[in-house]
Design a protein around this ligand. Structure first.
Ligand code: PMP
Length: 320
């Protein structure tokens, strides 16, 4: 049996509203940041976003924002692909994020979500013609799963991953998560925690909101960036740590589902999802407890992102 220990609240179940948010150039009370009802619906078709984490380090009394520059530049790329002109520059957004953390008086782990969208005008299914997008930023407290040894029970979804020629997964747009939701509903109905999703070529792409890794014969293997994945910042960080700090060989390539069935270890990764171990895939036991390599990666990643390990200083933006 795969054991479920130290299960924490799911990342996205934490729902503590902030006191202050930012909307189209203004800091507002959360309760004053309203939208016209006419915007509900079409505005989310083209909505792009980022999910960014900040880790509180008690002994430094510091919130370290993880890969802030990389997230903001992916945000800009999502807008470019969506033909949306940004309302504000990455430097302006950076300053707003830091202001919001201070104004909300956070001294804990946090999650930051900038949104870019077309607020008004023609319905979202019509060409937008390089319009300027509106923006909001919300920051909320969140739990970290990075010390958890929970083993996920995973299936291979019967749904296929969206593809670059249909709904490009490279764009971090809300609309793409309709695909994730179908996958998540199927997993829930069948009592799985998460799913691997195959792309149109029948190769493994990613999970609903994370990328995936497997370990085989001490080698780390992950689907390449043209396998129908979001070009994940956590995935890149793990590859960097594995090569440079653990001396591991890393392969980025197409992966068959059956390779995962006979993997020595496997885990999912993402900013929100962090690093979570896979115990079983379609009933095949991968490992009963966290594998040595996966656990080492999780520990190393945790210590660096929380600033316990002071290396990789450029990954962390200080808030105070
Ligand atoms: N894939 C999908 C579909 C995601 O939503 C996420 C989370 N942003 C990831 C992968 C992981 O990306 P990142 O490491 O940049 O958070």
């Amino acid at each position: 049996m795969v054991k479920k220990e130290n299960v924490k609240r799911n990342t996205f179940e934490v729902n503590t509203d902030p006191e202050y948010v930012w909307k189209s150039g203004e800091i507002l009370k959360y309760t004053d940041a309203s939208f016209p009802l006419s915007m509900l619906g079409w505005s989310s078709i083209n909505m792009v976003f980022e999910g960014i984490r900040g880790y509180y380090n008690k002994s430094d009394d510091q919130i370290y924002i993880l890969h802030l520059n990389e997230h903001l530049s992916r945000f800009m790329e999502s807008m470019k692909m969506m033909r949306m002109h940004p309302f504000a520059s990455p430097d302006e957004l950076k300053a707003v994020i830091i202001d919001l953390i201070k104004l909300n008086k956070y001294k804990e782990d946090i999650y930051m979500q900038p949104l870019g969208y077309f607020g008004d005008g023609p319905p979202g299914f019509l060409a937008s013609g390089e319009r300027k997008g509106d923006m909001t930023i919300m920051v909320k407290p969140i739990d970290s799963l990075l010390n958890s040894d929970n083993m996920l029970n995973v299936n291979v979804s019967s749904w296929r991953r969206i593809s670059d020629d249909v709904m490009p997964p490279r764009i971090k747009t809300i609309a793409n998560y309709q695909n994730s939701r179908y996958v998540a509903e199927e997993a829930k109905l069948n009592d799985y925690d998460q799913s691997l999703i195959l792309n149109n070529q029948g190769k493994v792409s990613e999970s609903t909101y994370t990328c995936v890794f497997m370990v085989k014969n001490e080698k780390l293997i992950t689907p390449n960036v043209t396998s129908g994945i979001l070009d994940s910042i956590t995935r890149k960080s793990i590859i960097e740590l594995a090569r440079n700090e653990l001396g591991l060989k890393v392969e980025e390539r197409e992966i068959d589902r059956t390779e995962f069935y006979v993997a020595d270890e496997s885990f999912i990764c993402g900013t929100g999802g962090e690093i979570q171990f896979i115990g079983k895939i379609d009933g095949y036991v991968i490992s009963e407890k966290p594998g040595n390599i996966s656990k080492e990666i999780q520990n190393l990643y945790h210590n660096i992102v929380r600033g316990v390990d002071k290396r990789y200083n450029h990954w962390r933006t200080k808030t105070f």
